[in-house]
Design a protein. Sequence first.
Length: 202
Amino acid sequence: MTRLELWQRGLLDLIKGRGVAPKDSYLVRVAESREIAIMREIALWWRAFDLEAHCGFSARLLKRLGRFHVLVAKYFNSNATSPFAEELSLDFLTWLQGDDDPLVRTVSFFERAVLLARAGASGVFEVCWDRNPDLVFYALEEGNEIPGKEPGYVYRMAIASDLPHFVTCTREADPCDRNSVCCDGRVGRYVARRRFVPLSEF
């Protein structure tokens, strides 16, 4: 590794706050400087700005939970982040699928599916909600209390590029069956290429 490569990798590690403490004299001086902290703050600010603009519902939910800036920093530190807002948003929403909170996973899956449908993705993405999604979105928009679960009911939502406004949703008395293809007759048709996410996986 050349000295230039060492510095480039070292600077990236410093900005992302990862790796072991540098031993190179130049990197040691940089690590102790005020400027590296400012660079990191600016990089995180831009990522947060882009994510708020493109992942509005997920960002609002995470802010409501007091976790947005913590998770943006965690994502930034542990992933190669794209400079393009669209790619960054899809990657962040995919990353949120590993979160422990079922509602965070549900909202982020929905938002990622909408972004893909708007981009012309084929097939149907389907997600099951354990509460009324309209009330969830309204609460996030207006700052109201997030509605609780509705035991015994499930809201089955389909997201596709050829659906009106990209989304349809039905309320059902039976829970999602993880072994089912979940073809809902009320949607009006079955699309072979679909991604079904059962409630039990949330």
